[in-house]
Design a protein around this ligand. Structure first.
Ligand SMILES: C[S@@+](CC[C@H](N)C(=O)[O-])C[C@H]1O[C@@H](n2cnc3c(N)ncnc32)[C@H](O)[C@@H]1O
Length: 245
């Protein structure tokens, strides 16, 4: 069983759920629409929180595995998953050991998560592992400010901030970490939204030429698996955790 003990922040979880609702009213919902626009097939969302993105998945996504380590947030995510049309299975787990087989996902999503994981390089290696070759990684993350003084201030307050905000680091260069993990960034927007945010699309390189890569076929294949499996059962886990691929 995946150990999620060290990721429990119930007080921060309560505060975050309120903040997330306020942020949606001020435009974060539109950012999440853009984050998920055009996705198809099987998707893994890492650090789903209370399910803030769930209402924004397009109908072309036939299955979402939503991984969330924090108990309070995961309970809310399960509730949110039951209210949306896309089939979402909420799973206890963390980015250091994603509960999905190698090369099993058409896309992976993070939304305000890579600031909080203990080791972004390990998380990104896990995301690359579970993606199919050529699979898409969509990210919406807040990052260190490009303004020198603000960036330095973020460096200074990082330890205190991290303590108060569930392990969040305000000063990470997440786009650089994504490139360093071997992803090809195809689109990257910087959005000033309180903190500086990056919204982008990256791709796991096609390291193997064998195998079909026709999106429609992938989605249809995934859709029939979704139908066989039913909607949102977190007790039925048909995947295995593979080693780094
Ligand atoms: C700021 S919240 C964002 C939640 C949600 N993705 C959203 O956009 O509202 C950060 C989330 O990352 C999760 N998290 C922290 N460390 C994690 C890890 N190592 N693996 C997966 N999720 C993690 C937290 O539990 C929390 O749900």
């Amino acid at each position: 069983m995946t150990d999620v003990e060290s990721f429990q922040h119930p007080r921060f979880a309560g505060v975050y759920m309120r903040l997330a609702r306020i942020a949606v009213r001020h435009g974060a919902g539109a950012h999440r629409d853009r984050l998920l626009d055009g996705l198809i097939g099987r998707v893994i969302e890492v650090g789903a929180g209370p399910g803030t993105t769930f209402r924004h998945y397009p109908r072309t996504v036939c299955e979402v595995i939503a991984v969330e380590p924090e108990d309070t947030l995961r309970a809310q995510a399960e509730q949110t998953a039951s209210e949306v049309p896309v089939a979402i299975t909420v799973v206890a787990g963390h980015a250091g050991e994603l509960p999905a087989a190698n090369g099993s996902m058409d896309a992976a999503v993070t939304s305000l998560v890579l600031c909080s994981v203990p080791d972004p390089a390990t998380a990104l290696a896990q995301i690359a592992r579970v993606l199919k070759p050529g699979g898409e990684f969509r990210f919406y993350e807040h990052v260190r400010s490009p303004r020198r003084v603000v960036g330095l201030a973020q460096d200074l307050i990082a330890p205190l901030w991290s303590h108060a905000a569930g392990g969040c680091h305000p000063n990470r260069d997440t786009a650089a970490a994504i490139r360093a993990a071997g992803f090809l960034i195809e689109e990257l927007d910087r959005i000033p939204f309180g903190l500086t945010h990056v919204l982008g699309r990256a791709r796991r390189p096609r390291t193997q030429s064998a195998g079909r890569d026709h999106h429609e076929e992938q989605c249809q294949g995934s859709a029939s698996r979704c139908r066989r499996r039913g909607h949102g059962s977190s007790s039925d886990r048909p995947w295995s955790v593979g080693g780094p691929g």
